[in-house]
Design a protein around this ligand. Structure first.
Ligand SMILES: [Zn+2]
Length: 615
């Protein structure tokens, strides 16, 4: 065992020195990762803090003490004892570790790092001599492994790999990366061209293998990810193995490059599309990109809620028919909204089109952010758009994918603010931060100051001289804006939703973007039956809802009309500080941001309000 680990470590060092002779990517934009971006604003800053102090503590307590997730690794290392929980529970530990890795980069914390190292030692000890790692099969019978494609063996391996890459990037330590490499090599020994077929029931390994390729530059991992994607749609699902196989649910009904409609399980679909995008970017596979464009239209135009949530059905945690978007019974898993952020970020990188960031922002500020309480210690799995008052966040779930997803998502939001291309800095999200990164040999230093999402004024200060374009995203919700450079008004070209500013920038140059942020009354596509005769309220990127806590009487009778006028008021003591909206209808209605609902006394909630068009 020791010898194998040493070998893996030396292989890793060898790979990390290899050069990449690949053709230029079809990607137009490279992301700037969170480690270059220090978030300083009053909206996300406190959330990052409460994530580090509260959310991670809840996850660690649940993983170590309230459930037997770490005990499973200890038992697997000894080869004795029982497995407790569900066969995919290892994945939550890995996702929490990924969140710890990002947090360590944002805010170094030796105690937290010690905890992570302890866990990693236990993972490494639980790895089998042939590289296999999965506590469920290790404790219930290794002879049964790799027989049932829906038992999440590759899914857990994928989350372990993502955690390994994140922890390596945050700390420089590669013990877990060596474990991930050995598991990847184990899988490649068994599966692949001329070997066994395999269709992972829950996608995730594909995008993780591309990350592993990213740090090792070992093309076998990229090629294996590509092969796994190409396995779909050829009748390989469960062939010769155990378990039932619903080809639509598992996204195995047709080859991925022929897909036109989102189907099956929503989170799996998101991870599949991310994997396709990652492979397409490195393999210049325009067939994948065409499929992703078709799928994006199907998701966003016909199957997405106003909150950016997807997957309307409890029955299959996924999709039914187009425009079937019930409100009380919406599923909208938190993980699927986070998946929309992951996928839309990748789509934006192909095209430089801001429409993808519009969706990313919608999912991030609404569907995903609702997934965690303001106190940082309770989580939604399901995110309906209306409630009779019985739906509440919980400290944890039997299937804990959503708490662990939030725990890795919040500390990594710095990933989505900036992008770069050879000649330009792309400003995608308006979040106060200081940042420092490179475009080739050019150092880029920026400071962003804003009270977004409460108001639309953003000041961007260039802090080092550079000769690059600055491309400011003009959000899809914004109908009127003004840009000044050093106090002088500029009219700029707009390309695919970005205002393009060209100048030889000096340190101290100031750009101000002022976006009008009125209250908008939004109608759904008329084919969405549930929302006929209803309207929703949106301001900037935030979707609003009415809660019974603010609208105690006649909640069922609240009605908007064409004559309704709105006023806004920032209330610093309500819900950690929110811009409230009051509608001066027959009976005044008060709205709060959707993400902040269910943080007070239990009561009814709705996003879509009755609308009287006659008035
Ligand atoms: Zn989930």
């Amino acid at each position: 065992m020791k010898i194998n680990l040493l070998l893996a470590a030396s292989c890793f060092l060898l790979f990390s020195g290899a050069t990449n002779n690949r053709k230029p990517s079809v990607k137009m934009i490279d992301p700037v990762d969170f480690s270059h971006v220090k978030i300083t604003d009053n909206f996300w800053g406190p959330r990052l803090k409460s994530h580090a102090t509260t959310t991670l503590a809840v996850c660690i307590d649940q993983i170590e003490n309230q459930t037997g997730r770490i005990q499973n690794f200890e038992n697997a290392a000894k080869g004795e004892g029982k497995h407790s929980g569900i066969f995919y529970d290892d994945s939550d530990v890995y996702k929490a570790l990924e969140g710890i890795a990002y947090t360590l980069k944002n805010n170094p914390d030796p105690e937290l790092e010690k905890k992570a190292d302890e866990w990693i030692d236990k993972f490494a000890a639980a790895q089998q001599p042939d590289g296999y790692i999965n506590t469920f099969y290790t404790l219930t019978g290794l002879d049964k492994r790799w027989r049932n494609m829906d038992k999440h063996e590759m899914y857990c391996a994928g989350h372990m790999t993502e955690a390994a890459v994140a922890y390596y990037q945050a700390t420089g330590k590669h013990k877990l990366l060596d474990v991930a490499i050995r598991m990847a090599d184990h899988m490649i020994n068994i599966f692949g061209p001329g070997k066994r077929d395999w269709v992972p029931g829950h996608e995730e390994i594909e995008l993780a293998l591309v990350k592993l390729y990213g740090v090792t530059k070992d093309e076998r991992y990229l090629n294996f990810a590509n092969w796994l994607l190409e396995e779909r749609g050829h009748g390989h699902g469960t062939k010769g193995g155990e378990g039932d196989w619903n080809i639509a649910y598992y996204q195995d009904d047709k080859p991925v490059r022929e897909m036109t409609d989102i189907a099956g399980h929503a989170v799996r679909a998101m991870y599949l599309y991310c994997g396709m995008a990652d492979v397409a970017a490195l393999k210049n596979d325009t067939g994948y990109i065409s499929a992703l464009n078709r799928l994006w239209d199907d998701v966003v135009l016909r199957n997405m809620y106003v909150t950016g949530g997807i997957g309307s059905s409890h029955h299959n945690e996924g999709f039914t028919e187009d425009y079937d978007l019930p409100n009380y019974d919406a599923y909208c898993e938190t993980c699927a909204s986070v998946g929309m952020v992951y996928w839309n970020s990748r789509m934006n990188q192909f095209t430089g089109d801001s429409k993808y960031v519009d969706v990313l922002e919608r999912s991030m500020y609404n569907g995903a952010l609702a997934g965690i309480s303001l106190s940082g210690d309770r989580f939604f799995y399901v995110n309906p758009l209306a409630s009779k008052g019985k739906h509440h966040r919980k400290a944890w779930y039997g299937t804990a994918c959503c708490p662990s997803q939030i725990s890795r998502f919040i500390p990594s939001i710095g990933n989505y603010i900036y992008g770069t291309s050879a000649d330009a800095v792309w400003v995608n999200l308006y979040i106060g931060n200081t940042s420092e990164f490179n475009i080739g040999k050019t150092l880029v230093k920026l400071q962003q100051e804003t009270d977004y999402p409460w108001n639309g004024t953003v000041k961007l200060t260039v802090q080092s001289p550079m000769k690059k374009e600055i491309r400011l995203r003009i959000p899809g919700w914004c109908k009127s804006y003004k840009i000044t450079v050093n106090g002088v008004k500029k009219s700029t070209a707009i390309e695919k939703g970005y205002a393009v500013l060209q100048k030889k920038w000096k340190a101290g140059d100031e750009i101000t973007l002022t976006m009008d942020m009125p209250v908008e009354v939004v109608a759904a596509d008329p084919r969405v039956k549930e929302d006929v005769g209803k309207r929703a309220i949106q301001r900037g990127p935030l979707v609003y809802c009415a809660e019974q806590a603010d609208n105690a009487n006649d909640f069922d009778k609240l009605t908007l009309s064409a004559a309704t006028r709105f006023t806004t008021d920032f209330n610093p003591s309500l819900l950690n500080g929110v811009m409230t909206i009051k509608a001066g209808a027959d009976k005044e209605i008060m709205f709060i941001p959707y993400y902040s609902w269910d943080n007070r006394d239990a009561g009814e909630m709705k996003v879509w309000m009755d609308y009287n068009s006659a008035k």
